[in-house]
Structures are given as structure tokens and as C-alpha cells.
Design a protein around this ligand. Structure first.
Ligand code: ATP
Ligand code: MG
Length: 345
């Protein structure tokens, strides 16, 4: 494109110069011509640049329109209010699930989460752990079986109220291009202006130290989409996402790989305080770090969409099944590490 412009300009120049020499064009005419040529060049350049920008904007608009056109996959018809405090026992009863148009991912999954209990869910990549979280948050409904909460089908409950009673840290948590305060505040918008509360949540999730180092602390714009924004490392973003969940004083806490990006010290600190952080709450913890899973009241082992083992760490180690095998493999791998919880029993 640029080369073409140079060649074109050179040809036009040569032609006018020849005509000037031949006396057909005056010196004033030549000056006028040069100015017109430069102006044309500049305008054509701008047109090309603006077209590229317009194209980019149209692509973005298409995404926006798709988003605005999106219809929820689930029926939001439940009216049952969610009881304040603990909504009672959560039961998966013979739950099977296939993503729309896909193969079955979960097969006849049955388990319970009792109020105040910490239950860990472990299993290999693709076993269906995150899918269970998506069903619990009602992004999808089971294709067979049911999820019961306090004895009633989850579909009967008011959807917005149900989601309010859950605090979920997803494996692919969101990074909002907003201030640090609002990044935590979106966890519970009614508290977004309560800086004391936001600070407390940040301390719990480990984001306070990260935010203290930012140029405008809690008012620093995070992310690189807007000018002046400060980007964070993967682990720093994860601390923000954890703090977001702690801001919401929810009865049920679901953590899907909440510390996968954290350094060993940060992870150790979070799990040291874990019992205190989730006191009185019903917790579903998903983690590949089996040392963190040990302290759960109960561990569920998911293998290719089926619950294959269930019990405490000691029970599962004694049973010598899939969990014991995974645990031994990890213990061996981390045997040299100085963190005491990482050692084999
Ligand atoms: N949105 C989706 N549409 C179709 N299939 C999906 C979708 N999300 C996940 N799957 C499929 O469902 C299966 C289970 O995925 P899931 O994310 O629940 O696994 P996971 O146990 O959380 O794995 P990991 O340990 O890697 O996080 C995978 O085979 C995956 O390909
Ligand atoms: Mg997952």
C-alpha cells in the first residue's frame, strides 16, 4: 500500500515536472499541485485508517449485538424465595447432564452438601467438576435427575435470589476493566461503596497487599483496555476474584481451583485461614492440590462423570482407590517441598 503510494506520487511528480519544464505549467501551478497532492495523500491515508477502525468497531458491535440477543438456556419461572441464612441441605439426585447438542458429561451423579460442611470435589481434567458447579449455579439444568435444596427442586426457587445466596469463584474468573474497589464490589454491589467492608474482603482473599502497592490503591483502574489502567499478574487477579467472593456474605461458597495461580506462600496462607474464612458456611471446594483437599469434611472423587469414591481423607487413603493413587503420586512429586501440608502422611 505504502509502496504503491510512493510510486504513484513519483509518477505524478515526474509528469508535472516535465510539463513545467516544457512551459505548459507555471511555477505557481506547480506549487498548487504539490499542495493538492500532499493533501490528497493525507486524506487517503486517513480514509484507510478510519476504515480499519470502523471495521474493528463493527466486529465489536457484532459481538455486542449477539450478547444483547442472547436468551437464557434455562426457564426463569421459579418463584420460591430462598430462606435467609442457610437454605438447607443441597442434594444432587441421579443427575445426568449433556451440554446442548453434546454427549453426556455427568452420569447419574448423587451426593449431598450438608449445611456448614466443607466438601471437596476432586478428579482428573475433564471429569465434570466445573460442570457440577455450573449446574449448582443454574447456568444449565440437569438433563435427567434433579438438584434439591431444602427438599425442593432448585428450579422452583427464584433464580436471582438463589444466585445471591451463592458465592462462586469460577476457574476462569472474570477480570473487570474497573477500579480495584469495584472489581471486588461487583461481588455484592450493595456493598460496593462500603470501603471498610471491601478492605475486609480484600484482606480475606489476600488482595489487600496487592492493592496497597497500586498507584491509587482502591481507586486504581485495573486492566489494560483503558488508558491508565494497571494490569495484574494471574495470581494477583485471582486474589481479587477470591476477595470478590468473600465480600458476598453468602451461605454457600463454591471455589473452583481458587488458588491455582497463587504462589506457595499465598496459597499456604489462604488454607491456613480457610476454616475461619468459611466458618458456618456450606463449602464446595474443587482443587487438584490434594494437600488442600485433605482438610475437607468429606471428599468426592469424580471419574469421567461418575462419583466413584466418597469419604474423609483417611477413609479414602485406607480404601486404596483412585484418590489414594492420586494422592501418593502428588506426595511423591512434592516430597522435596518444605511446606508441611504437602508431605505424605
Ligand atoms: N460449554 C461446554 N460445551 C460443551 N462441552 C463442554 C462445555 N464445557 C465443558 N465441556 C466438556 O465437558 C467435559 C467436562 O468439563 P469440565 O469443565 O466440567 O471438567 P473439569 O472436571 O472441571 O476439568 P478441569 O480439571 O480441567 O477443570 C469436558 O469433556 C469438556 O469438553
Ligand atoms: Mg474445571
Amino acid at each position: 500500500m505504502a509502496a504503491l503510494g510512493v510510486v504513484g506520487t513519483a509518477v505524478a511528480f515526474g509528469w508535472v515536472l516535465l510539463r513545467t519544464v516544457a512551459g505548459q505549467v507555471t511555477a505557481g501551478g506547480l506549487m498548487l499541485f504539490i499542495q493538492a497532492l500532499l493533501l490528497t495523500q493525507q486524506n487517503v491515508g486517513e480514509i484507510v485508517e478510519n476504515s480499519a477502525m470502523l471495521y474493528g468497531t463493527l466486529l465489536y458491535m457484532e459481538k455486542l449485538m449477539d450478547f444483547l440477543d442472547a436468551r437464557p438456556l434455562i426457564a426463569d419461572t421459579g418463584r420460591l424465595p430462598v430462606p435467609a441464612g442457610s437454605p438447607g441441605e443441597i442434594q444432587f439426585k441421579g443427575v445426568s447432564f449433556a451440554y446442548p447438542g453434546g454427549r453426556e458429561i455427568l452420569h447419574d451423579v448423587t451426593f449431598a452438601l450438608r449445611p456448614g460442611e466443607v466438601v471437596a470435589l476432586v478428579g482428573e481434567n475433564g471429569a465434570g467438576k466445573t460442570t457440577i458447579v455450573k449446574l449448582l449455579a443454574r447456568f444449565y439444568d440437569p438433563t435427567a435427575g434433579a438438584i434439591l435444596v431444602g427438599g425442593r427442586d432448585l428450579r422452583e426457587y427464584d433464580l436471582a435470589a438463589w444466585r445471591r445466596s451463592l458465592a462462586v469463584v469460577f476457574q476462569d474468573f472474570a477480570r473487570f476493566q474497573l477500579s480495584a474497589r469495584l472489581n471486588i464490589g461487583v461481588g455484592a454491589l450493595e456493598h460496593a461503596d462500603d470501603l471498610d467492608r471491601i478492605r475486609r474482603a480484600a484482606e480475606q482473599g489476600g488482595a489487600d497487599e496487592v492493592i496497597a502497592r497500586l498507584p491509587q490503591q482502591y481507586e486504581t483502574l485495573l486492566g489494560k483496555h483503558f488508558e491508565g489502567g494497571v494490569d495484574l499478574s494471574g495470581g494477583e487477579w485471582q486474589k481479587i476474584a477470591l476477595s470478590r467472593a468473600f465480600l458476598k456474605d453468602a451461605a454457600i461458597v463454591v471455589l473452583d481451583e481458587p488458588t491455582a495461580a497463587l504462589d506457595p506462600r499465598s496459597e499456604y496462607e489462604i488454607y491456613q485461614r480457610f476454616a475461619e474464612l468459611v466458618k458456618g458456611k456450606t463449602v464446595l471446594l474443587i482443587s487438584h492440590r490434594l494437600s488442600a483437599v485433605r482438610m475437607a469434611d468429606r471428599i468426592l472423587v469424580l471419574d469421567r462423570g461418575r462419583i466413584v469414591e466418597e469419604g474423609s481423607h483417611e477413609e479414602l487413603m485406607r480404601a486404596g482407590g483412585l484418590y489414594a493413587q492420586m494422592y501418593r503420586m502428588q506426595a511423591e512429586r512434592y516430597a522435596d517441598q518444605p511446606v508441611p501440608a504437602e508431605r505424605a502422611p
